[in-house]
Design a protein around this ligand. Structure first.
Ligand code: TYM
Length: 340
């Protein structure tokens, strides 16, 4: 089966609807057809200032949400990045193949560092995409005919994936064929879910206001209110039009993704009926989709020891693959082996 790898940062107490529709739903779907590795990337989460107790808590809440939405430790491998030290080790090697200017062109780095100012911007934030490349490439299948490595992510990770391919190619060229070049697996309509209050910018834990963001763990009451208060556009027509109607278009994307329908079908269904009924129905669909995830997450968090054990099992399986890849890398780069 083709490999799949993806990761998510434990930077908030809840994932949001953009994470879910842009990436996490695909994680769940791919675990039957793929040899899947899914990672809570806590090393990435310390590239900005953080609180240690909160980070540990959020890593567990993240893992619990992934299990709650259907990631199954029997059908895929779910683990916490810091439990597999090879991620940081490969990042060093790949960092030595990355141009300073090349890393400086990453738009997410430019945005985040501009917001923070140079004195608060860390070297870790700068090399963040190199760590992401190492996450993915550690789980490379053996190169050869038909070998595939797929990475389900939202649109905002496209540039980082491109860099990952570049670094894989560069390594292969210098040291011999080692890595399969990864392919993005980016959904068509839900690749970029936007802020409910500011529908031209992406929904984001760091940038969105609470009113603009739909948390997966939100209670039904506030959830309904947020959807009803989402910014819509002038006019009354439910029409899919990114340029003229970014607010309604975003809501239609959410509707289509959760209800398994298309923007065309939604337009037909609400022709002549205005925004009100559309939003009411959407609120019901969102509540129905998120309620079981919230309830299962809470149940999983009630037994922390059990959760930690489950994650340790994932780390063991991930380590088996990561250590094999790293052995090959060390040898090809020219490090002296310890012998046996
Ligand atoms: P992160 O933690 O910011 O987001 C996790 C996933 O959610 C997607 N996403 C969105 N999709 C659609 N609309 C949105 N508004 C939206 N916001 C977020 C992201 O594209 C992502 O797929 N660098 C990564 C984490 C990472 C990773 C990896 C991913 C580290 N190593 C290796 C894949 C493979 C990140 O910050 O995602």
């Amino acid at each position: 089966a083709p490999r799949v790898f993806s990761g998510i940062q434990p930077t908030a107490d809840s994932f949001h609807l953009g994470n879910y529709l842009g990436a996490l739903r695909q994680w769940v779907a791919l675990q039957d057809s793929h040899d899947a590795f899914y990672c809570v990337v806590d090393l990435h989460a310390i590239t900005v200032e953080h609180d240690p107790a909160l980070l540990r808590h959020r890593s567990r809440v993240s893992a619990a949400q992934l299990l709650a939405m259907g990631i199954d430790q029997e059908r895929s491998t779910l683990f916490v990045q810091s439990q597999v030290p090879e991620h940081a080790e490969l990042a060093w090697v790949l960092g030595c193949l990355t141009g300073f200017g090349e890393a400086g062109r990453m738009t997410q780095f430019k945005d985040k560092s501009a917001k923070q100012g140079t004195s608060a911007t860390t070297v870790g934030l700068f090399t963040y995409p190199v760590l992401m490349a190492s996450d993915i490439l550690l789980y490379t299948p053996e190169p050869g005919a038909g070998a595939r490595l797929e990475v389900p992510v939202g649109e905002d990770q496209r540039q980082h994936l491109e860099l990952t391919r570049t670094l894989a190619q560069r390594f292969n060229h210098r040291f011999g064929d080692t890595f399969v070049l990864p392919d993005g697996y980016i959904p068509k309509t839900a690749a970029k879910i936007t802020d409910l209050q500011e529908p031209t910018v992406k929904m984001s834990k760091s940038a969105s206001s609470p009113q603009g963001i739909v948390d997966l763990l939100e209670e039904p009451g506030p959830l309904r209110k947020k959807i009803m208060r989402a910014v819509t556009d002038t006019g009354t027509e439910v029409r899919y039009d990114e340029a003229e109607k970014p607010g309604v278009t975003n809501l239609m994307r959410i509707f289509a993704a959760l209800d398994g329908t298309t923007p065309d079908a939604i337009e037909a269904r609400y022709a002549g009926s205005g925004y009100g009924q559309f939003k009411k129905d959407l609120a019901a669909i969102v509540v129905d989709a998120l309620t079981p995830i919230r309830e299962r997450t809470q149940a999983l968090l009630a037994d922390e020891d059990e959760l930690d054990k489950l994650l340790a099992r994932g780390a063991e399986r991930a380590s088996a693959v990561a250590s094999r890849t790293m052995e090959i890398v060390r040898d090809r780069v020219g490090f002296v082996g310890r012998g046996r």
